[in-house]
Design a protein around this ligand. Sequence first.
Ligand code: NAD
Ligand code: UDP
Length: 324
Amino acid sequence: MGKRILVTGGAGFLGSHLCERLLAQGNDVLCVDNYFTGTKQNLAACLDNPRFELMRHDVTFPLYVEVDEIYNLACPASPIHYQHDPVQTTKTSVHGAINMLGLAKRTRAKIFQASTSEVYGDPTVHPQVESYRGNVNPLGPRACYDEGKRCAETLFFDYWRQHKLRIKVARIFNTYGPRMHPNDGRVVSNFIVQALKDEDITIYGDGMQTRAFCYVDDLIEGWLRLMDDTPDDFTGPVNLGNPVEMPIRHLAETVIKIVGGKSKLVQARPLPIDDPLQRCPDITLARDKLEWEPKVPLEQGLKKTVEYFDGLLRSNREISRVGR
Ligand code: NAD
Ligand code: UDP
């Protein structure tokens, strides 16, 4: 039988993919979102499904609903979005976690937290293992996000110890795919949109800082396994990401190869403050507990993402032509 599942931040990039997967499994899905970075269009494939409900709600305020499971995703994820209103970002992570944990406590729902590799800050241990406690600057421009997410993890583990809640904490590493926000400033969306428009590809710093990119479908599979297939005493935190590390320059070259066109790499500006120099997940724990590892190679995932952005840019051009 299907479950009643709440997804906070469900109108965003990852949330919309999760809602689709949960509906396909036959669950009832309640999506709450304040539309800060998410949109109803992201949920186009869900809106007509009678098992789907959408509610405008800000998770910094309490929510009273009856559910069996909660996926807590609400929080802007890209640096320009989470730095736009840093106080609201911290409130979203911390008050949002308190409200959703309170809801889980009352309903005895199992609850998932979308945590992040940013809890490791600019890491001095490489690749990052879950036992590494991180190197976060608590005062810098990324702190509203990093420390908010760290505090949310603390709250999850206190509710687990104190109230015996069933918690599942995933530390997500850079994930990409269709329905990323075209203006979110994240590296994959920036490079693809720039390449499609034949604009310069904006490398920050010397482009030798590294990241490891996971395709969205692989990530969501990991979340579902964590929630469905692990015993309640496996709480995480568990790293979920693709352990194929590369310099940002390499990503840029791969995008140009796929898109074609005339774009050139330019060193557009210095590395942003506190931008981690290297990042790559150690996924030994996920392999062991979830029998999970990413399957989609970078070029294949990028091709699907390029198709999405190409369609989006074309339809925007149509809209602006109609508007004129
Ligand atoms: P996103 O910005 O597309 O989605 C976040 C969603 O949360 C949006 O729909 C937004 O409108 C909503 N939201 C923001 N504040 C809210 C509030 N106060 N109340 C209700 N809704 C609110 O980002 P995403 O990439 O889909 O990320 C989803 C989650 O995964 C986030 O918690 C993020 O921190 C985490 N995460 C993502 C990545 C990644 O690479 N995409 C990496 C690490 C962690
Ligand atoms: N970056 C870049 N050019 C861009 C956008 C980002 O070189 O146009 C770099 C950014 O400085 C960082 C990396 O790409 O080193 C990943 O940035 P993103 O904002 O996608 O994610 P995060 O820093 O949170 O991993």
